[in-house]
Write a protein that binds this ligand. Structure first.
Ligand SMILES: [Zn+2]
Length: 247
């Protein structure tokens, strides 16, 4: 309670009344926090350009017991990504990624790994905008993994044999993975190449993953997209609002 300082990433902002904004931030120390930025829409606002989506800021906010909305006092820019806003594709992808964070990260629960992942993906996108779709794939896999919704696809649910190195795997309606023998090749096939990309996403940094993605076929990356987006729909019980087909 009281005055809190943290590093944060602006996820989204909404207009509130005449001069204010509600700004949703993913903070390093308190997870997703909804703040009210008084006067943020005035021409000479103390927040300046610090509330643009995906700006990394040093924020100071005041928290009152029992109130979900906190009051934003300061937002100093650590790094801004104005260039990204110049492309409609980037803007749509960032809106999609911020929606995933807001859906999957419970409010006020710090998650250092999630914070670092979001930051690393946005930085990688700023460095190599051509890797947009691979970076969104990376983001989907990690959002699911950190929220505990990425199924274990390391061994077969039937016989415990190691999966995915020499043959495709088969997923049932609950995304449980089986080897060709145990599944009788029934269910959704997920290729060795798709499985390899899934493993790479969990092992590599966003930019390293994007490099590996350049060397695999669109079909393989689509398989990964289908898998992650199928899991996301299953968890949310609907399509994300900002869902877009990026490939
Ligand atoms: Zn098996």
């Amino acid at each position: 309670m009281g005055l809190i300082e943290s590093e944060g990433i602006v996820l989204r902002s909404y207009n509130l009344a005449e001069a204010d904004k509600i700004v949703v931030c993913l903070t390093r120390t308190a997870g997703v926090v909804r703040t009210v930025a008084r006067g943020a829409r005035r021409l000479k606002s103390r927040f300046g350009a610090g509330l643009e989506p995906f700006t990394i800021i040093a924020l100071t906010y005041y928290e009152k017991e029992g109130r979900e909305l906190v009051s934003l006092r300061q937002a100093e820019i650590i790094r801004s990504f104005f260039d990204l806003a110049g492309s409609a594709e980037n803007v749509a992808a960032l809106a999609y990624m911020s929606e995933l964070v807001m859906e999957f990260a419970p409010p006020h629960e710090p998650n250092e790994k999630l914070f670092r992942m979001v930051r690393a993906v946005v930085e990688a996108l700023a460095n190599t905008p051509g890797d947009l779709s691979a970076l969104v794939r990376y983001f989907e896999v990690w959002t699911l993994k950190l929220a505990g919704f990425l199924p274990d696809m390391i061994s077969c649910m039937g016989c415990a044999k190691k999966l995915g190195e020499a043959s495709p795997i088969y997923l049932n309606a609950e995304f449980k993975a089986r080897c060709p023998q145990c599944s009788n090749r029934l269910g959704k096939e997920f290729s060795e190449a798709g499985h390899k990309q899934l493993r790479s996403a969990q092992r590599l940094s966003p930019s390293e993953f994007a490099k590996t993605a350049r060397a695999v076929s669109d079909g393989t990356m689509n398989e990964l997209a289908d898998l992650s987006q199928g899991l996301i729909r299953r968890v949310l019980e609907r399509q994300p609002r900002s869902h877009m087909s990026l490939l």
